[in-house]
Design a protein around this ligand. Structure first.
Ligand SMILES: NC(=O)c1ccc[n+]([C@@H]2O[C@H](COP(=O)([O-])OP(=O)(O)OC[C@H]3O[C@@H](n4cnc5c(N)ncnc54)[C@H](OP(=O)(O)O)[C@@H]3O)[C@@H](O)[C@H]2O)c1
Length: 427
């Protein structure tokens, strides 16, 4: 990298001076780690950033630039990427690795979709590519599974990997309306103006794929994992969930059964006794289950500038101290969203005699057995919500029955079908 090997300094450049990138700069400035120096900050329209409040107090000798080549060609040891997205970031990071720079990134979409190729390139160039901040922000679940749990055989992981959905659902649990709490999350900066990636499960799905690779050594393409939106969950579901001893959370789960990986993201009923149900606000939580070590629970701040910056700075310190990317023997697995699980089905109907037997007929016709029927008093008969739970059955079986039930003329809304986590699944 152009300097004498006796120079003990690690030179760091940050790409992207937004929420996370500016927090990384401030953590580095505040901590003054010996031998680590922030030399470059790159962002488009850099003057605006240079003159912003977030730039106050940073080193006067930092080069601020809006020309990425200036950073990629500079005498820098580690590039910290905090811009996000796939293009042109992948190409920039390829150039960085080829020119002998290590890379630390928080970019989950990039690692989930293009991580395998980038990790290979890093190895080919004897450089590190580290991405522990990409999953669960400040909760070190990736390094813990890569290093602390390598001795186990992890067969199951489940958790809350999207702080925005957890904020929304945990507030709805206490009576908030979906639209109001989404707006509150947007005002507080937890949710984007377009919340699709969060609420429809794509963000959690990318993180689940990265985590499954680290914990279970399986290559998992995000597009193979079914993702269900939380948009259809409403207040009534929390009432019924409570009667069932549960609450509702967006869960990302993966389970290895032989050579098949079961994976799914979506709102699910979670027993209130489960640690996952205890997470509130933007918290993240992950439970891993190993054949030898049993359950391990991780929780903490899954997002936000400072918690994520801690994960990034920890990564860059590890790289500065000589740590390299962990080369995992990743194997291919058949991937399916077919879980054998109990299901919660909520219907809004125009009440008529015979409706329950029609629904139970549709379910039993497909091979799904009803476990319970719940109907709370006080709702109008012209738009009556009621709930059926099933005994454990396959996802496709219950989906076919629900498709048939949705066509019944008494249905006023598409039925809501949520997987139920059980204590048996040790979630
Ligand atoms: N925020 C979190 O809590 C969190 C947690 C974990 C991981 N992450 C990941 O961290 C990364 C950054 O997230 P963030 O929340 O910090 O986002 P952000 O606040 O939007 O920051 C992104 C920065 O990159 C700049 N930028 C965007 N496109 C660019 C381009 N083509 N060229 C140059 N600069 C560009 C933006 O500039 P403008 O100001 O001009 O838009 C902005 O300063 C993402 O990969 C995200 O998934 C974030």
């Amino acid at each position: 990298m152009g300097r004498s090997p006796s120079t003990p300094e690690t030179r760091v450049a940050i790409l992207g001076f937004g929420t996370v990138g500016s927090a990384v700069a401030h953590v580095l400035q505040a901590q003054q780690f010996p031998g680590v120096r922030l030399t470059h900050i790159y962002n488009r329209d850099i003057r605006r950033k240079r003159e912003s409040e977030r730039a106050a107090g940073l080193g006067a000798d930092i080069v601020w630039t809006e020309h990425v080549d200036e950073v990629l060609q500079a005498d820098v040891d580690i590039i910290v990427e905090t811009i996000g997205g796939l293009d042109p970031i992948e190409e920039w990071l390829q150039m960085a690795l080829r020119s002998g720079k290590h890379v630390v990134t928080a970019n989950k979409q990039l690692i989930a979709y293009r991580g395998a190729g980038l990790l290979q390139l890093a190895r080919d160039n004897n450089r590190a590519l580290v991405y522990n901040a990409a999953v669960a922000g400040g909760v070190p679940v990736i390094p813990a599974t890569l290093h602390g749990l390598q001795g186990d055989r992890i067969t199951r992981l489940s958790g809350i990997l999207n702080g925005t959905c957890n904020f929304i659902l945990s507030h709805m649990e206490h009576g908030a309306d979906y639209a109001d709490v989404l707006q509150q999350a947007q005002t507080a900066g937890y949710a984007e103006a377009d919340p699709t990636a969060d609420v429809d499960g794509f963000d959690a799905r990318a993180k689940l794929c990265i985590l499954a690779r680290a914990a279970m050594q399986v290559g998992l393409d995000p597009d193979e994992v079914p993702a269900q939106s939380i948009r259809s969950v409403s207040a009534v579901d929390f009432h019924y969930a409570r009667e069932l001893g549960c609450t509702v959370r967006q869960i990302a789960r993966a389970e290895l059964q032989g050579d098949t990986l079961l994976a799914r993201v979506g709102p699910m009923l979670v027993p209130r006794s489960s640690p996952i149900a205890w997470s509130h606000g933007t918290e993240n939580m992950v439970v891993t289950t190993g054949d030898f070590g049993g359950d391990v629970v991780f929780s903490g701040h899954g997002a936000g500038g400072n918690p994520t910056a801690v994960a990034i700075v920890s990564d860059l310190l590890a790289v500065a101290h000589g740590s390299s990317s962990v080369a995992l023997p990743v194997r291919d697995c058949a991937v399916t969203g077919e879980f054998l699980a109990p299901y919660y089905l909520r219907f809004i109907v125009r009440d008529k005699p015979g409706i329950v037997s029609a629904i139970s007929g549709a379910l039993s016709g497909m091979g799904a057995n009803i476990d319970s029927i719940l109907q709370r008093p006080g709702y109008p008969k012209e738009a009556l919500p009621f709930v059926v739970t099933t005994e454990p059955c396959l996802t496709s079986v219950v989906a076919s029955a629900v498709e048939q039930i949705a066509r019944m003329p008494t249905m006023l809304e598409p039925p809501l079908c949520l997987q139920m986590l059980t204590d048996d699944a040790r979630d």
